[in-house]
Design a protein around this ligand. Structure first.
Ligand SMILES: NC(=O)C1=CN([C@@H]2O[C@H](COP(=O)(O)OP(=O)(O)OC[C@H]3O[C@@H](n4cnc5c(N)ncnc54)[C@H](O)[C@@H]3O)[C@@H](O)[C@H]2O)C=CC1
Ligand SMILES: [Mg+2]
Length: 345
């Protein structure tokens, strides 16, 4: 028994060591591609490309009916570009995203100036709005689709220097743009947002904005003001939006979110005094905010992600790719545990 435990332990150690070695070489390779224009141009020759048409990613339906992000090899992409009347050197306009599990470099390319249906036909895929694509893609592909779009959007909206008005020039990987006139270097930006699931011990507080899909409630959220800490934003946003004072802040995780223009979501849990739960909603920000019971939450979590073509149910929560879902899931797990401890389940 002890020996098999040792064997298991040693195997895992070897595996984790080799994995970490692979991870280090992968990130160092990517760092070189980010900084070295020549190395990045070379990598473009054996790249994998995600295409976007006016920021909508290209998806493909597999033979078993699952949608996936379409990834094209350099030679296939060059061939397709020539077929739709574009010079094959257009691949050099791509931006570096990362690399695949096999260590192959990945790029995103905006093809919005080219004929959409001709491209869809040549690529055997379709360009889908990112908000819809999120519902169609398997979990791990959503963040990649989001990152590709965010990087393209940032470059499209940062073509000029805000100090001189002169054009900014990208490096080959797209990790920055520089104004040769002022010397200012611009790096892709995310706006920090705090998202918090507030609990009174037995219920959690969810809210909805008028712009949310019908029936969807989410955790409270808000952009950080200049100079604020996560804790300060969290206290302020909860006070502004629902008129409550929170305590016991616990960090849960983070997520890049491509909407509205690349947010960096910092997710936390917090509690309120169970005797002070009366919400006072800022109607300019929120349409509604309500306390939900454990039973209501577990039922909402069991529902499959909303199919945009179906009637929405009365109450549902953001789907698993959104960090709000992670917070709600964690809260439900913690409630389940404490119910078991108190013999309620
Ligand atoms: N991934 C997830 O699970 C979730 C993501 N979110 C994202 O968080 C973002 C922020 O949440 P809200 O409650 O709407 O924020 P909020 O409560 O701060 O209100 C938004 C308003 O703040 C102002 N604002 C201040 N700084 C801004 C900036 N850098 N960019 C844009 N607007 C700014 C604008 O007037 C805007 O209308 C949302 O846009 C949404 O995309 C929100 C909930 C869940
Ligand atoms: Mg808000």
């Amino acid at each position: 028994m002890l020996q098999s435990f040792k064997l298991f332990f040693n195997c895992n150690l070897v595996l984790s060591r080799s994995y970490s070695g692979y991870y280090v070489s992968r990130v160092r390779y990517l760092k070189r591609l980010k900084e070295d224009d020549e190395a990045c141009r070379e990598a473009l020759k054996s790249g994998n490309f995600l295409l976007y048409h006016k920021l909508s990613p290209l998806l493909r339906k597999t033979s078993n009916g699952i949608y996936t992000l379409a990834s094209l090899k350099t030679s296939d992409l060059e061939h397709i570009l020539e077929k739709v009347g574009k010079d094959k050197h257009f691949v050099n306009e791509s931006f570096l995203l990362g690399c695949t599990d096999k260590g192959e470099p990945q790029f995103s390319l905006e093809v919005g100036d080219l004929d959409r249906s001709a491209l869809e036909q040549e690529c055997r895929g379709m360009f889908v709005d990112l908000r819809k694509a999120f519902f169609m893609l398997p979990g791990p592909e959503s963040p990649l689709a989001a990152k590709g779009q965010a990087l393209l959007r940032w470059h499209q909206t940062n073509c000029f220097c805000s100090a001189t008005g002169q054009p900014t020039i990208r490096n080959q990987s797209g990790s920055f743009r520089v104004c040769n006139s002022s010397g200012i270097t611009y790096y892709p930006k995310m706006a920090p947002v705090v998202i918090v699931l507030v609990s009174d011990g037995s219920r959690c507080l969810l809210a909805r904005q008028t712009m949310f899909p019908l029936g969807m409630y989410s955790a409270l959220s808000g952009f950080c003001d200049m100079g604020e800490s996560v804790e300060e934003t969290l206290h302020r946003e909860v006070a502004e939006e629902v008129g409550l004072e929170v305590e016991n802040i616990q960090y849960s995780g983070s997520q890049h979110w491509p909407f509205p223009q690349s947010s960096f979501m910092l997710a936390c849990h917090a509690t309120v005094n169970p005797d002070k739960t009366q919400v006072n909603i800022d109607k300019a920000e929120l349409e509604d905010a309500r306390w939900f019971t454990y039973e209501e939450i577990t039922e909402a979590l069991r529902k499959p992600p909303l199919d945009p073509r179906r009637e929405p149910p009365v109450f549902w929560v953001p789907p698993p790719y959104a960090i709000a879902n992670q917070l709600i899931q964690e809260w439900a797990n913690q409630q389940q545990l404490s119910r078991k401890l108190h013999g309620l389940e």
